[in-house]
Unconditional design. Structure first.
Length: 116
């Protein structure tokens, strides 16, 4: 069953996001990677590249909602899995598309998934 991830430290649960991909850049790396989960506050990016905590990552979501650009900070890196990112800012012009993306991801979850 699909449920939002919700570690005790996370105030905003993340939504599973199969099918969401991003083009990302963080000097000197750039790549296209799958997003494992997503929330208005952050995401987990599957990648083989390692980055340090605090590094800035520029994101370009590749989704049906249209252009979504955002900046994020690396919160943690899991070797062989990817990066936990905290969103710093979504481009102001892209906020409506980002909200549509989150709504679409929520629509795949059963209502019981939001009873925390």
């Amino acid at each position: 069953m699909l449920t939002p991830s919700s570690p005790a430290r996370r105030r905003i649960p993340r939504l599973p996001s199969s099918g969401v991909w991003v083009y990302w850049e963080a000097h000197p790396h750039h790549d296209v990677s799958r997003v494992r989960d997503l929330s208005p506050a952050g995401l987990f990016l599957e990648t083989r590249f390692r980055k340090s905590e605090g590094d800035v990552v520029q994101l370009h979501f590749l989704v049906q909602e249209g252009r979504i650009r955002a900046d994020a900070n690396v919160r943690y890196a899991t070797k062989g899995e990817g990066l936990g990112l905290q969103l710093r800012a979504v481009s102001p012009n892209d906020i409506p598309q980002f909200e549509e993306l989150l709504s679409r991801l929520r629509s795949f979850l059963p209502p019981a998934a939001f009873a925390y």
